[in-house]
Design a protein around this ligand. Sequence first.
Ligand code: AMP
Ligand code: GLY
Length: 425
Amino acid sequence: MNILLIGSGGREHALAWSLSASPLCDKLFIAPGNPGTAQLGENVPLDVTDHAAVVAFCRAHAIGLVMVGPEAPLVAGLVDDLQAASIKAFGPSKAAAQLEGSKAFTKDLCAEFSIPTAAYRRFTEPGTAKTYIHQSGAPIVIKADGLAAGKGVVVAMTLAEAEEAIDMMFGGGLGEAGAEVVIEAFLEGEEASFFALCDGTTAIPFGTAQDHKRVFDGDKGPNTGGMGAYSPAAVLTSELQDRVMREIIAPTLAGMRARGTPYTGILYAGLMLTKDGPQLIEYNARFGDPETQVLLPRLKSDLVTALIAACDGVLNTISLRWSDDTALTVVMAAKGYPGAVEKGTEIRGIADAQALPDVLVFHAGTKQDGERILANGGRVLNVTALGRNVAEAQRRAYEAVEKIDWPEGFCRSDIGWRAIERERG
Ligand code: AMP
Ligand code: GLY
C-alpha cells in the first residue's frame, strides 16, 4: 500500500525509517518531510491544515494509510476528516486528542475514573486562582489549559513565581491556550515516559523512555523540547509498567470509551514515579520527539501491521517483539537553542557517522542545498545508537557525534547519566 506520513521532524524521520522498511509499504510520501525522509520516500509540499487538499492527495495517490506525527493536525481533526472520506488514518479523533489538547479535560477524566494524578483545580480568572495558591502554598504548578508549544507549564517554587505565571497566562501571554488555567499540586519523584498503542478498546505497551529536557550538562539551563533520550527506562520495572497499564492506561481507555470518544493512536503518558506509585503528569496524543528516535530502533515487529491493527480495532490479535538492546539519542542543536539560532550553517560528516555500526542519524531541522546539508532550526540532528546497555549505547552515540563536523552546533555530553549511574549500581 501507499502511505502518507504527516510531519517534518526527527520523529518523522524515525517513523519514515520504520514505515519504509515494512513489506506492506509500496510507496511512502511525507508531507512536508525533511532531507532525511527524502532518502526514504517522496517529500510532498502539502498544506496539512487544508484537510480537503489532504483528502484529494490521498485519493490521487491511492493512499492506504495516513500516519499523523505531530499534535496540531490531530487537535484540528485531520483524522476525523480523513475517516469521513473513508481513508484509513492513524491517530486520535479531534475529540480524543483533547487528552493532549486540554489539560482540564484530562484532569477531569482522571478525577472521574480514579486515575492517579496531582490534586488540581481549574480557573478562568486570576483572582480566585491567586486566592487558591495562597491557601495551598508553594511549590505549586501552574498550567495553561491549551496547547502552548511546551511553554504552558510553570513549576513555581515560590508564591511570587506562581502569581507571575497566573498574570502571564490570563494576561494573554500564551494566547487562547491560557484562557483557562489548571493549578495542581507539586509532585516529587523521577520522571519517565510510557507509551501505549491503543485501538479504542485494547492497549498494548509500546516501550518506555526517559529524556533530558534542560539544555546543558547536569540538567542545567532552560527547558527545551528535549536534548536526548534513551529507551528502555530501567526505572520503569516490569512491575511498575503493569501498574501503569492497570491504574492509568486501562481506565483512561475505558473512560474515553464511556464518554463516547474512544482513543485510537499512540498514548504517550508523562509520569512522575512518586513514593506512592506512578502518577500521570500529562498525556500526549502522539509519539514523542526525540523519544520515537529511541523507541523505533528497538521495535523488531512491523510498524505498519501494528498501526493498521490499531486503526482496525484488532490490537488484541497482535503482539510486538522488541530488541533487548538500549537505544540512546543525542540531539545536536544550533548554538543559541532554545533561544534564537543562526540558520544555514553547513553540516558535514553525517554519512561517516551513519556508517558506524548500530548508528542511525535522524534529521530534524535540516535543509538540503544541492549536495550540502544546512542547519535550518534549533534541534537539527538526532544521533542515535544501540548498545547492550545505556553505557554502551552512549559511547557509540558520542563516537558518531565526533564524526559530525558542524562548528555552529552543540550537544549535551551526558545524555543517559542517570541511567548509567543506576547500571553501575
Ligand atoms: P507537562 O507539559 O505537563 O509535561 O509539564 C512539563 C514539565 O513540568 C514536566 O515534565 C515536569 O517536569 C513538570 N511538571 C508538570 N506537572 C508537575 C507536577 N504536578 N509536579 C512537579 N512537576 C511537574
Ligand atoms: N519529548 C517531549 C515531547 O515529545 O513532547
